[in-house]
Design a protein around this ligand. Structure first.
Ligand code: GLA
Length: 384
């Protein structure tokens, strides 16, 4: 096992175990999680592996296979969000943040040596951060025998990202990585964390779900994400709601009439219609009518592009080209401003759609996209 070998080569002794956690794609339900809404992600086969062992002292040594320099060495007592690893060591803020979140929750975590390897692409909108956080959280909680439930583990991983790394994400990515089941998509209520594992078997339906990684991440992504969150909170407050999740689809037009700001009206329309799309896609999956989800996926993209304004030319080109080449539906997935798009296609159209998207990107002068087919894989677990 690669992670265990690398651990032994680096630290000179055997790890106590190897834990892995996957990246994710989100089928539908974008920018709804921080509005207490609904999401429908599934886990990817790409995973982050953490080989780990306890130490007798309070030292944390963190090493990544992707970074040529030696381990980042931290003292548990000195972990502080104001002084998180940064620059070349910025990746170490994710596992260090998990240790910090455990300590902050009063849990008895001690020192540890970690070696981290991953085949989840970074910057592709496929949640490499959540995979790293959840794999680390599972490793540390099992090594130190802290029996957390999977939703508790996900909440802790999210807290590490929000409060230690400083990224104001919702809980979708960590829940998908921690709780997903092979062959199923996770229908999640992000307020109650109630989960339904719905069948999503493209192969059985003669379909494929392509993941088109545009390989771009636009610089405005982080600030724009935080602004979308505050737009939503402002709109909810103006409407007298705890969160936009509390606005039923049937009340949408009336509520829009009560908002003066056209930007806030568009944000609200996206969130409310997107929650409705999650419900409808969920019904179709339950009924095994996968192909019919296509138009809802495309509607979701249009809403993210025009009302939520989080798409970008590369994502729009991927979606439009996939559609023109015969996709049943296509949409950006994840936070937006780059990253990946999904396309639901006939299995035997894979070569044609892939060729068409590559050609369109070449013609537009974009980087060649990375295109793979995805099926739901298992959530986090212990490998060794
Ligand atoms: C990012 C965040 C998630 C979610 C999506 C948008 O992936 O990490 O919490 O908000 O964007 O749906």
């Amino acid at each position: 096992m690669a992670a265990a070998h690398a651990f032994r080569d680096l630290y000179g002794y055997e790890p106590e175990g190897v834990w892995t956690a996957p990246g994710r794609v989100n089928l539908i339900g974008e920018h709804t999680d921080y509005n207490d809404g609904f999401v429908l992600p599934f886990a990817l086969p790409q995973r982050t592996a953490v080989a780990a062992a306890r130490r007798a002292d309070r030292t944390l040594r963190l090493h990544s296979a992707d970074v040529p320099s030696g381990p980042v060495v931290l003292d548990l007592a000195g972990l502080d969000p104001a002084h998180a690893p940064h620059g070349d060591d910025g990746w170490a803020a994710y596992p260090a943040g998990v240790a910090w979140a455990l300590l902050d929750a009063g849990l008895p975590v001690g020192g540890a040596d970690l070696h981290i390897g991953s085949d989840v692409p970074t910057g592709a909108g496929l949640s490499s951060s959540a995979a790293l956080e959840v794999a680390t959280a599972l490793a540390l909680t099992e090594l130190y025998e802290m029996p957390l439930t999977r939703p508790e583990l996900a909440a802790l991983a999210r807290r590490a990202e929000n409060a230690y790394v400083g990224v104001p994400c919702g809980v979708m990515d960590q829940m998908a990585s921690a709780c997903a089941i092979e062959g199923r998509a996770l229908h999640l209520d992000t307020r109650t964390l109630e989960q339904r594992h719905l069948p999503f078997d493209c192969a059985a339906a003669g379909l494929r779900l392509l993941v088109i990684d545009t390989r771009v991440k636009h610089a405005l992504a982080d600030g724009a994400y935080a602004r979308r969150r505050s737009d939503c909170h402002q709109a909810a407050a103006a409407l007298g709601l705890t969160a936009l999740r509390d606005l039923p689809h049937t009340e949408l037009d009336k509520a829009l009439g009560r908002l003066d700001d056209p930007v806030l009206r568009r944000r609200v329309r996206h969130v409310v219609t997107e929650n409705e799309r999650v419900a409808r896609v969920g019904e179709l999956l339950r009924a095994g009518r996968l192909r019919e989800t296509g138009p809802l996926l495309t509607e979701g993209h249009v809403s993210l592009r025009d009302d939520y304004e989080v798409s970008c030319p590369e994502l729009d080109l991927a979606v439009a080209t996939a559609q023109a080449a015969g996709a049943y539906g296509s949409r950006m997935t994840g936070g937006g401003f780059g990253g990946s798009a999904l396309a639901l296609i006939d299995a035997d159209a894979e070569a044609e759609v892939t060729r068409a998207v590559r050609a369109a990107f070449r013609a537009a002068g974009h980087l060649p996209p990375h295109i793979t087919a995805a099926a739901p894989a298992a959530g986090a677990g212990r490998l060794l």
